[in-house]
Design a protein around this ligand. Structure first.
Ligand code: CND
Ligand code: ZN
Ligand code: ZN
Length: 375
C-alpha cells in the first residue's frame, strides 16, 4: 500500500480581513479516501475572493486560503477515488456534483446538496484539516483553495479536462467565465433578438455579455460606473455602454427609454443590493427577468414592490452559471479549444504567484479584468 505524505509548499494565507495575504510555507495533508490532491498551475483572482478579504462575508472563518478559479495537475488520489488519476489535468469545482442528491437529480438545478457554495451556516469553509500553517489549522474556501501550490478537493468537486488545455487560460472556466456565460445561456436562457442589460463589467459581467451575444441577443447594454471598462465590453459584444453617473435620473428610467420600456433580461454582476433593485426595475412589464449573479455582503437585504413580480417580472439567482459542474466543465474546456469563445480578452494581467497582493490591488482600483497568477 502506497502511503501518501504531507506536502510542504507555499500558499497565500489570509490571516484576517483587511490585511494583505502572506505567502507562507504550509503543510497540505494527503488526500483522504474520496479526495484528490492537486498541484495548482494557474489561478485567477475573482471578486468573491476580495469580498472575503474585505470582511463582507461574515460567515467565512479565518485564517483561510482563498482562491477558487484554478487549474492544475493531479498529484495523488485517495484510495476510493475512481475516474481521476495522478497526472490528469483538472479544474477544481466551486459547485460539487455528486450525481445522487435531490439537486443533482433535478435537471433544472446545478447545485448539489453536498454544497459548499452559499451554505451560510459556516459549512462554507468548515474544514480546517487540510492545511496547516505555523502549527494552526487553516480553513478551506469553497472546497477549492487555489491560492496554494497544492490543494485537496473532494472527488465530486473536480473535473478532468483535456490533457492539452492551456491551464493559464482555462483556469477562468473554474469560476468567472463559466459563471457569467452560463448566467445568460442557462439561467436566463436568453432568446435570439432579445434585449439585455448587464450591470457590472468585470470578468463575470463581460462573460455574461459573451453569453448574451452567443445566445443571439440583439441589444446588449453594459452598465458600469467605471467608463474604462467600456472598450472591452464592446469587444465582448455590448452594443452600447452607459455610466449611471452621467445621468441625473435613475438608471432604470434611462434603460426604459432605450429599450421600449424595459429589457428582457437584466443581470446584476456586482454584488450591490441597490443595483439588484435597479435590475428588477429595469425588467420589462409582463416578461422581464432579473438575474442575480453578484454576491452581496452577508447582512444585506433587497427590497422592492411585490407588484413588480405580480406584473410578470421574475427574479432568478445564478451560481456558477447554472452549469452542472462535473458534466459541463470538460465540455466548456472543449468549446474553448474549438474557439467557441475566447478567454484571452478577459485576461489583462499575468503575475507570478508571489505578487498576489498586487493582483488584488489591480482588481480593486479597476485596472484589471482578470489577473492570472502562475506558480
Ligand atoms: P469585478 O470587481 O471585476 O467587476 C465588478 C464591476 O462592477 C466593476 O467593473 C465595477 O466598476 C462595477 N461596479 C461597481 N459598483 C457599481 C455600481 N454601483 N454600478 C455599476 N457598476 C458598478 O468583479 P467580478 O466580475 O469578478 O465579479 C462580479 C460579482 O460576481 C462579484 O460580486 C462576485 O463576487 C460575483 C461572483 C458570483 C459568482 C456566482 O457563482 N454567482 C461566482 N463568482 C463571482
Ligand atoms: Zn468567483
Ligand atoms: Zn449532489
Amino acid at each position: 500500500v502506497l502511503v501518501l505524505k504531507t506536502i510542504k509548499c507555499k500558499a497565500a494565507v489570509c490571516w484576517k480581513p483587511n490585511s494583505p495575504l502572506i505567502i507562507e510555507e504550509i503543510e497540505v495533508a494527503p488526500p483522504r479516501d474520496h479526495e484528490v490532491r492537486i498541484k495548482i498551475i494557474a489561478t485567477g483572482i475573482c471578486r468573491s475572493d476580495e469580498h472575503v478579504l474585505s470582511g463582507e462575508l461574515t460567515y467565512v472563518k479565518f485564517p483561510i486560503i482563498l482562491g477558487h478559479e484554478g487549474a492544475g495537475i493531479v498529484e495523488s488520489v485517495g484510495s476510493k477515488v475512481t475516474g481521476i488519476k495522478t497526472g490528469d489535468r483538472v479544474i477544481p469545482l466551486i459547485v460539487p456534483q455528486c450525481r445522487k442528491c435531490r439537486c443533482c437529480l433535478n435537471p433544472e438545478s446545478n447545485l448539489c446538496c453536498k454544497n459548499v457554495f452559499g451554505n451560510c451556516d459556516g459549512a462554507m469553509n468548515s474544514d480546517c484539516t487540510i492545511f496547516t500553517c505555523r502549527g494552526q489549522g487553516v480553513y478551506n474556501f469553497l472546497g477549492t483553495s487555489t491560492f496554494s501550490e497544492y490543494t485537496v478537493v473532494e472527488e465530486d468537486s473536480v473535473a478532468k479536462i483535456d490533457a492539452n488545455a492551456p491551464l493559464d487560460k482555462v483556469c477562468l472556466i473554474g469560476c468567472g467565465f463559466s459563471t457569467g456565460y452560463g448566467s445568460a445561456i442557462n439561467t436566463a436562457k436568453v432568446r435570439p433578438g432579445s434585449s439585455c442589460a448587464v450591470f457590472g463589467l468585470g470578468g463575470v459581467g463581460l462573460s455574461a455579455i459573451i453569453g448574451c451575444k452567443v445566445a443571439g441577443a440583439s441589444k446588449i447594454i453594459g452598465i458600469d460606473i467605471n467608463t474604462d471598462k467600456f472598450t472591452k465590453a464592446k469587444e465582448c459584444g455590448a452594443t452600447e455602454c452607459i455610466n449611471p453617473k452621467d445621468y441625473d435620473r435613475p438608471i432604470h428610467e434611462v434603460l426604459a427609454e432605450k429599450t421600449d420600456n424595459g429589457v428582457d433580461y437584466a443581470f446584476e454582476v456586482i454584488g450591490n443590493i441597490k443595483v439588484m433593485e435597479s435590475a428588477i426595475l429595469s425588467s420589462h412589464y409582463g416578461c422581464g427577468t432579473a438575474i442575480i449573479v453578484g454576491v452581496a455582503p452577508s447582512d444585506a437585504k433587497i427590497s422592492f414592490d411585490p407588484m413588480l413580480l405580480l406584473t410578470g417580472r421574475s427574479i432568478k439567482g445564478s451560481s456558477f452559471g447554472g452549469w452542472k459542474s462535473k458534466d459541463s466543465v470538460p465540455k466548456l474546456v472543449c468549446d474553448y479549444m474549438n474557439k467557441t469563445f475566447n478567454l484571452e480578452t478577459l485576461i489583462t494581467h499575468k503575475l507570478p504567484f508571489e505578487k498576489i497582493n498586487e493582483g488584488f490591488r489591480l482588481l480593486c482600483n479597476g485596472e484589471s479584468i482578470r489577473t492570472v497568477l502562475t506558480f
